[in-house]
Write a protein that binds this ligand. Structure first.
Ligand SMILES: Cc1cc2nc3c(=O)[nH]c(=O)nc-3n(C[C@H](O)[C@H](O)[C@H](O)COP(=O)(O)OP(=O)(O)OC[C@H]3O[C@@H](n4cnc5c(N)ncnc54)[C@H](O)[C@@H]3O)c2cc1C
Length: 398
């Protein structure tokens, strides 16, 4: 017999990425009966396939409280969530490859200091090369931030899933949401492939797919899938115990809203490449990356690995000389918003429908803190970190 389930929950969380998992976990901790629904498997979106940086350096001031809170959770992760997720607070560099970039760095770092990122340092070429002789001598300087680090992002998702279950929550994977039924203007039921859940609250943590869920309640959600491609190497001996990226990447990131307009107008190429380096505990390198807006096409186009390989060879010649093998590549989507800020909290007109998406390129750094905050909002209608700046009604989102 294939009878459909009828059940109820205080909160239904949609999406098994870091945002949904963290929200669900803390909601359980706050005494709520939670069901998390994931279309595929936990970590099958961006949260399980990324560059693994816990990266504070270029996060905007508005989200730094989430980043600092997340960092505290990572520092005590095993104690809290019951699993070692290979968190490495190794510090990170952003490197300038030309005097022009170095000139841009100076006011940028000054700005970061003014925003409270006082840990960041600006290094000249001599200081940088003394620390990282593996890097090409054409680098003219770098920022260094001891707060940056990395983590095994797949383990983070698995740990959170197990922790939700240990707290009495349910995680339904391979489950499709088909409808969100309202009673008047209030959330009343979630229909999915397994059955119907009576609930007053739905948390939309579907990341790059958030707009599709929005359609079920007639809400436009301005979040786009931004594809990123990354290469994975064979395991090698420790190469550089740090995370590192090129400045191009940061300055392009800052200019992304403009760039998207130019892409739409057909004025510039979609693909952009920048150097991103991480080494996981088992020795594999995660090397990136390219970014483009191609809808939901997650194929790895040949031009992406080629562009990444060029960046890697230019900046870290010993990797080229050692002939390190690339064993696979992957592409996934991060949830892009025009102002690079998440979308969090209530949605006017649909009572009980709560947004928890739009972590952009920083979800591994922000997701635990953002999930904690959404859980506080749902459970207590208030939170330690205010969420008004992240409302779906803010002007900068459109
Ligand atoms: C290649 C790449 C590299 C990155 N590198 C970094 C990095 O180094 N550091 C960093 O901090 N961030 C990085 N990011 C960004 C980071 O991965 C994201 O910001 C973060 O994972 C987003 O988390 P999320 O939970 O919001 O979304 P996701 O992890 O995408 O989760 C959304 C989930 O919703 C599910 N879903 C979709 N539709 C439905 C539905 N109808 N019903 C139920 N479930 C549904 C999806 O299957 C998915 O599992 C990177 C992203 C990419 C793609």
């Amino acid at each position: 017999m294939n009878e459909k389930l009828k059940t109820e929950a205080d909160v239904v969380v949609l999406g098994g990425g870091i945002f949904g998992l963290a929200s669900a976990y803390f909601l359980c901790r706050f005494g709520k009966k939670v069901i998390l629904i994931e279309k595929k498997d936990v970590g099958s979106g961006a949260s399980g396939s990324n560059e693994a940086w816990v990266w504070l350096s270029s996060r905007k001031q508005a989200v730094l409280p989430f980043a600092r809170l997340s960092q505290q959770f990572y520092a005590n992760f095993e104690e809290t969530f019951g699993m070692d997720v290979e968190y490495n607070n190794c510090g990170g560099y952003i490197v300038a490859e030309s005097e022009e970039e170095m000139k841009l760095f100076k006011p940028w770092v000054q700005g970061r200091w003014n925003e409270g990122m006082i840990e960041m340092q600006l290094l000249d070429a001599a200081d940088f090369h003394a620390r990282l002789p593996q890097v090409s001598k054409h680098v003219v300087g770098a920022t260094w931030n001891p707060l940056d680090g990395c983590v095994n992002s797949i383990l983070v998702c698995v740990a959170l899933k197990d922790a939700i279950k240990a707290q009495g929550g349910e995680v339904w994977t391979q489950t499709d949401v088909t409808a969100i039924n309202l009673k008047g203007s209030r959330v009343h039921e979630v229909e999915c492939s397994r059955g119907t859940i009576r609930t007053d609250v739905v948390v939309n943590a579907t990341g790059s797919w958030a707009a599709q869920i929005g359609k079920l309640v007639n809400v436009d959600i301005p979040i786009l899938p931004n594809r990123m491609t990354v290469l994975v190497s064979e395991p090698i001996a420790p190469f550089m115990d740090t995370v590192m990226m090129s400045a191009t990447y940061v300055f392009e990131e800052l200019a992304k809203a403009k760039k998207l307009e130019a892409i739409e107008a057909g004025e510039v190429e979609e693909l952009e490449a920048g150097y991103v380096y991480t080494q996981l505990r088992k020795g594999n390198l995660l090397l990136g990356s390219t970014e483009d807006f191609v809808g939901y096409d997650n194929l790895v186009n040949f031009e992406c690995p080629v562009a990444i390989a060029k960046c890697i060879n230019d900046l870290t010649p010993p990797l080229r000389n050692k002939k390190v093998n690339i064993i696979r590549s992957f592409a996934n989507f991060f949830p892009y918003t025009k102002d690079d800020l998440p979308v969090m909290g209530a949605v006017p007109g649909v009572e009980g429908f709560v947004m928890a998406s739009g972590l952009n390129g920083g979800g591994m750094a922000l997701g635990l803190g953002c999930g904690f905050t959404i859980a506080q909002q749902v459970a207590f209608r208030d939170s330690m970190i205010p969420i008004e700046p992240f409302s779906i009604t803010r002007k900068s989102l459109y």
